[in-house]
Design a protein around this ligand. Structure first.
Ligand code: GAL
Length: 353
């Protein structure tokens, strides 16, 4: 009899464990990751890092990639809301178009983190990024370190990406006084749709033809577009002679710097942004207040006549050129030694860290 009782008690305890297990299951949080595209090197890298960190804390992860199509991105976001995500992390292709999906998410009680790029909606839980105005300032200053006067070409990013506007704002903070004093003349000013290197190549070809190759410096807004422009410059014997800026410290961008073609890049350390996104998602899912945010109006963030505020956090950036690339990018482990120095003879490489 005693044995029977013990057995019953054991069964009850086991049943209780099963029950507890089932209810734990219901507590698993789900995050939706929405990317504009995988053409830019950083996005697939960040997807993998975000996924890894979320899965390590037991979250479910769903990812969608929009191939530069704002409408597709909104459909994918709505689909993830239907799948029951608790938090959405969005890299928007088009900061204005994605606002519709954010508003819908907010109406469904889904918290949205605008990741790296601003979505123009006051219904965001927050916007986490880098100091994008400082990025633009570093790009202009990096080029001015080499040539501080003459005929400048400006290559902006995708105009639908609010970061492209912020980069330009930073670039002009540095360039405008020199333009006003006549030290610099802007001989071409174009934006590169979808941040596409191919678009940058043909835009730069046309610019060089129009200005008869008379260019002293190029302020480009990221590595991908800079490398596209460099292809056009290379065909005219200008690569490595005319300074040009980049951004993202990509493998190809860093390799171009050590080869003496790209002048500078900007390191935005995703090893800081990714954990911040994860931490923020957890805080939001648990209904707690996110620490350390600063409130900005949509108007000051975009320059557009928009109503409402967004809580933001902006991380620091590092300006990288041939002098500090080894230390900041290779020794810090952001890119590997082998990737950065590919094609560089052993004798011209620094010692392996
Ligand atoms: C920007 C981003 C940059 C760059 C670019 C191209 O919004 O801040 O780091 O990657 O998009 O995708």
């Amino acid at each position: 009899m005693k044995k029977f009782l013990v057995l019953v008690l054991m069964l009850m305890a086991f049943g209780g464990m099963l029950f507890a297990g089932a209810s734990d299951e219901a507590d698993v949080y789900k995050v939706g990751l929405s990317f504009s595209d995988y053409e830019t090197e950083r996005w697939p890298v960040e997807e993998a890092a975000l996924r890894k960190q979320f899965e390590a804390i037991g979250w479910e992860v769903v990812t969608q990639v929009a191939n530069h199509d704002p409408k597709l991105q909104n459909d994918q976001i709505i689909n993830m809301i239907t799948q029951g995500v608790d938090v959405l992390i969005i890299v928007a292709e088009d900061g204005a178009a994605a606002a519709t999906a954010v508003d819908e998410a907010a109406a469904e009680g889904v918290q949205v983190i605008s990741y790296d790029r601003l979505i123009k909606s006051a219904n965001l839980a927050c916007y986490i990024s880098f100091d994008n105005v400082a990025v633009g300032e570093a790009q202009a200053s990096g080029v001015l370190d080499v040539v501080d006067r003459g005929r400048f070409v400006l290559l902006g990013g995708n105009p639908q990406d609010n970061n492209a506007t912020l980069f330009r704002k930073g670039q002009m903070n540095v360039l405008q006084p020199l333009i006003d004093s006549g030290q610099i003349e802007v001989v071409a000013d174009q934006w590169v749709p979808e941040w596409s290197p191919t678009n940058a190549l043909s835009i730069m070809e046309n610019i060089l033809t129009a200005i008869d190759n008379q260019v002293d410096a190029v302020v480009a807004s990221n590595d991908g577009t800079a490398l596209g422009a460099l292809e056009a410059m290379n065909a005219q014997g200008l690569a490595g002679i005319v300074p040009i800026s980049g951004q993202d410290a990509t493998t190809a961008g860093c390799n171009s710097i050590v080869k003496g073609e790209l002048t500078m890049t900007v390191l935005k350390d995703l090893r800081n942004l990714v954990p911040l996104a994860v931490e923020t998602a957890v805080t939001l899912a648990e209904g707690r207040e996110i620490p350390g945010l600063t409130t900005y109006s949509l108007k000051e963030l975009t320059g557009d006549d928009l109503v409402g505020d967004v809580d933001c956090k902006f991380l620091e950036i590092i300006s990288v050129n041939a002098d500090n690339l080894f230390e900041e990018v290779v020794v810090s482990g952001f890119q590997t030694y082998d990737d950065v120095y590919v094609g560089i003879p052993e004798s011209e490489r620094p010692a392996r860290p």
